[in-house]
Design a protein around this ligand. Structure first.
Ligand SMILES: *[C@@H]1O[C@H](CO)[C@@H](O)[C@H](O)[C@H]1NC(C)=O
Ligand SMILES: *[C@@H]1O[C@H](CO)[C@@H](O)[C@H](O)[C@H]1NC(C)=O
Ligand SMILES: *[C@@H]1O[C@H](CO)[C@@H](O)[C@H](O)[C@H]1NC(C)=O
Length: 739
């Protein structure tokens, strides 16, 4: 089927002149078929039942053109009636072919709705149906600009990329299709001196702005008008097709002088004596009626500037460069509605230095040390001096000169006149002179100051500490020798110069005393006292073999090392002392209820003998004979009934004794807690009431227990059978009562 169609298609091309022939009905149908095939459409797809149908037709399609064949069921149908818009451009053949008689135009009308009725001998037998014909746009309209030329104005230094004008093109094709999708481009720029584009166009919007080069290069050319002409092109099909249609226009651009230019950087000399406020610059907006304002860019309190109505920037007071060396002002130009008419402009104000600061010595007296025997030219130190005036200018460029030296020996020191470095001109000897004082004059171009320098010649640590003897023998200490006791005195000497770190002697116990039981006290001059730092304990250690090193805090001269003469030994023997038993607790307290059952244990004391001997306990001071102690276990028990009302708290002494001789004591504090073990008792058991002249009697009660087991009491009259007495009455008054 397909093959067949392709064959016919080639026929249709060669037979195209036939289209112009006036047609008979038969011819007509043949043509319809051929044209349908020519359009590349399968005839089967162009058929359908007689019902509402939506069809599409390209605009400008050559006619006649077969659109669609409706298949009517009724064989009697012999004509159709068309009505509605567009019915004049289409026809319906007897056999149901809808065909186009006049070309359609999308821009005239993009859709038609035609009512169709099927007739048999002029009578409607089917329908009406509604046939919608959508006209499809073809790109047959070129875009065009809405002005044949445009005129624009741009300021010099107009920022790149910010549009100053635009062009606008239209296309009559369907805007929903690429046929009306427009792109703008620049064809040329006249003049184009250096072949650098000064302008650019936004391809989508047609907005024209300066390029980076244009921002700087687009210049006014006085006397010539216009300054630049741009040829602008617009293309449809998104500018991306060779078949795109094109329109052109011109844009004439006049460049105007930009008045809104920064006058900065503005230089103001510090400490300027003039009348304030003082005009230092002027700005001018491109908008003649602009309102100016000025702010400081940094957040700082001090802002000694203001701006006048006509754009004059004024300084309100003297400036100090050492306080702040640059200000950044931001100037705004706005209209009366607070809208910016020019972009905010930054202006720098540079404070120029004047030499108003003298050099300052960083130290009141700079002290340098130099080792003796260093070669000539060795560096002693660098004198540090500061000048607040601007760095890198003559105002802060300092020169150094030694004015005075004590003692005044020739050719001893040299100072570098530019940087203050001091060198020794010869090897120095401490014996010859241990310190030198210098006065150095430091000057800038206007001021000078004197800085004091002290140079100390320091000893080389070429001697090490030597013990008078390296074996101090042995010492015996009783175990109970107190902390702080001096065991022995050791003695070392150092031949380096006294008063220098090279001759100070420190002693370190470097072995034999891991628990740091001993320490060496010294004043650094060679005598050391070996003292007890922690309690001795025969039971943990009986002998210490101390190794003691004598050392300088300063490092030894290169190549020198501490030898055996700098180390001494001493042995310390500890002798055992029969020590008293030790209680496990120092404070012994017991608090028990007074009704504790006889024989119960109040407390168990615990003690040990350091020598491990057997311990016994005894108890003394028990005045009431209430307690007893188990001599072996240390259990303290009650042996009587206790009574808080007799004795509320008491102390007894427990002694732990070795079953030889030594003993130790501890006091045991016992406190009894109250229980309600006493009845209240009436203070008086008799009272008299005179019948002739009755007076109330106050009855009082007491209870030896303490709160809450005593007052308040409740009282009642003892009666027979709990009957209330007819004659007597009781009234409560807090533990007392009336009759
Ligand atoms: C061209 O179109 C633009 C954008 O719609 C419009 O602002 C301008 O006034 C038009 N120019 C003319 C001459 O119609
Ligand atoms: C220390 O030892 C040295 C050298 O044996 C001696 O001359 C000096 O008198 C001793 N000093 C003391 C305080 O014992
Ligand atoms: C001691 O007295 C309290 C309060 O009266 C009671 O609860 C406790 O049982 C008594 N204890 C003994 C051993 O009698």
């Amino acid at each position: 089927m397909k093959l067949f169609l392709i064959t016919v298609k080639s026929v249709s091309h060669s037979s195209s002149p036939v289209q112009t022939v006036i047609m008979t009905a038969m011819m007509h149908l043949l043509l319809l078929i051929l044209l349908g095939i020519a359009a590349g459409t399968d005839l089967e797809e162009k058929k359908g039942p007689f019902e509402n149908t939506v069809l599409e037709v390209l605009e400008g399609t050559p006619v006649p053109f077969a659109i669609y064949q409706f298949q009517v069921g009724d064989p009697d149908v012999n004509s159709f009636r068309l009505s509605g818009e567009g019915k004049d451009d289409v026809r319906m053949s007897k056999d149901g072919w809808l065909y186009l008689e006049n070309p359609l135009d999308w821009s005239r009308e993009d859709n038609y709705i035609i009512k169709v009725e099927a007739l048999a001998n002029d009578k409607v037998v089917d329908g009406p149906i509604y046939v919608t014909i959508n006209v499809l746009d073809v790109n047959n309209n070129a875009p065009f600009f809405n002005q044949s030329s445009y005129a624009a104005m741009v300021r010099e230094n107009s920022p790149a990329g910010v549009p100053f004008t635009r062009v606008f093109a239209l296309d009559r094709d369907d805007p929903t299709t690429p046929n009306a999708d427009l792109r703008y481009s620049l064809v040329s720029q006249i003049p184009n001196m250096n072949h650098v584009p000064l302008f650019q166009i936004d391809p989508n919007t047609g907005e024209i702005s300066t390029t980076e080069e244009g921002e700087h290069e687009a210049r006014q050319s006085p006397g010539k008008d216009p300054d630049y002409t741009l040829i602008v092109r617009v293309q449809d099909l998104a500018g991306a097709s060779e078949t795109a249609l094109t329109g052109n226009t011109r844009v004439h651009i006049v460049v105007q002088e930009n008045l809104w230019v920064s006058p900065g950087p503005i230089h103001v000399v510090e400490n300027w004596k003039t009348s304030y406020p003082q005009v230092i610059a002027k700005v001018q907006s491109n908008e003649p009626n602009a309102v100016y304002s000025i702010v400081q860019k940094e957040r700082q309190l001090k802002f000694p500037f203001m701006i006048t109505e006509n754009g004059e920037i004024m300084l309100t007071e003297e400036l100090d460069r050492e306080d702040k060396d640059m200000y950044t002002l931001v100037v705004f130009a706005k209209d009366n509605h607070d809208k910016e008419v020019d972009p905010p402009m930054e202006i720098y104000v540079v404070v120029d230095d004047v030499n108003d600061n003298e050099p300052k010595c960083e130290e009141e007296e700079s002290v340098f040390e130099v080792q003796e025997d260093e070669p000539s030219g060795s560096l002693v130190g660098q004198l540090l001096v500061h000048d607040d005036d601007k760095e890198g200018t003559l105002n802060s460029q300092l020169s150094y000169e030694i004015m005075f030296q004590f003692p005044a020996t020739e050719n001893t020191f040299l100072i570098d006149g530019t940087n203050g470095k001091i060198q020794a001109l010869r090897s120095l000897r401490r014996k010859e002179q241990p310190t030198y004082s210098l006065d150095v004059r430091v000057s800038d171009s206007d001021f000078s100051t004197i800085c004091k320098v002290v140079i100390k010649v320091i000893d080389v640590n070429n001697e090490m500490p030597l013990f008078e003897m390296t074996d101090y023998g042995s010492y015996t200490l009783a175990e109970d020798t107190p902390v702080g006791h001096t065991v022995l005195t050791i003695n070392a000497t150092d031949a380096d110069d006294p008063d220098s770190g090279s001759s100070i002697i420190e002693f370190h116990i470097s072995a034999g005393d891991d628990d740091k039981v001993f320490t060496v006290e010294t004043d650094g001059k060679g005598i050391g006292h070996v003292v007890i730092a922690k309690p001795l304990d025969f039971e943990s250690s009986t002998i210490y073999k101390l190794k003691i090193d004598a050392r300088n805090p300063e490092p030894l001269m290169k190549g020198l090392e501490y030898g055996s003469e700098s180390t001494a030994y001493v042995s310390v023997f500890i002798t055992d002392i029969d020590e008293v038993p030790e209680f496990s607790l120092d404070v012994l307290d017991a608090t028990v209820p007074e009704n504790t059952t006889k024989g119960s244990v109040l407390l168990t004391v615990d003690a040990k003998d350091p020598e491990g001997k057997e311990i016994g306990f005894k108890l003394e001071g028990d005045s009431k004979d209430w307690l007893e102690i188990d001599a072996d276990t240390g259990e303290i028990k009650t042996k009587q009934k206790l009574d808080r009302e007799i004795l509320e708290s008491f102390e007894v002494t427990v002694t732990a004794f070795e079953k030889g001789e030594m003993s130790a004591e501890r006091v045991v504090h016992v406190r009894l807690l109250d229980v309600n073990d006493n009845y209240p008792r009436l203070v008086e058991t008799q009272g008299f009431i005179c019948v002739g002249k009755p007076k109330p009697v106050v009855i009082k009660a007491v209870d030896p227990d303490s709160d809450p087991y005593s007052q308040p009491f409740t009282f009642a009259l003892a009666t027979n059978n709990n009957k209330k007495s007819p004659n007597w009455n009781l009234r409560q008054i807090d533990g007392t009562l009336t009759l």
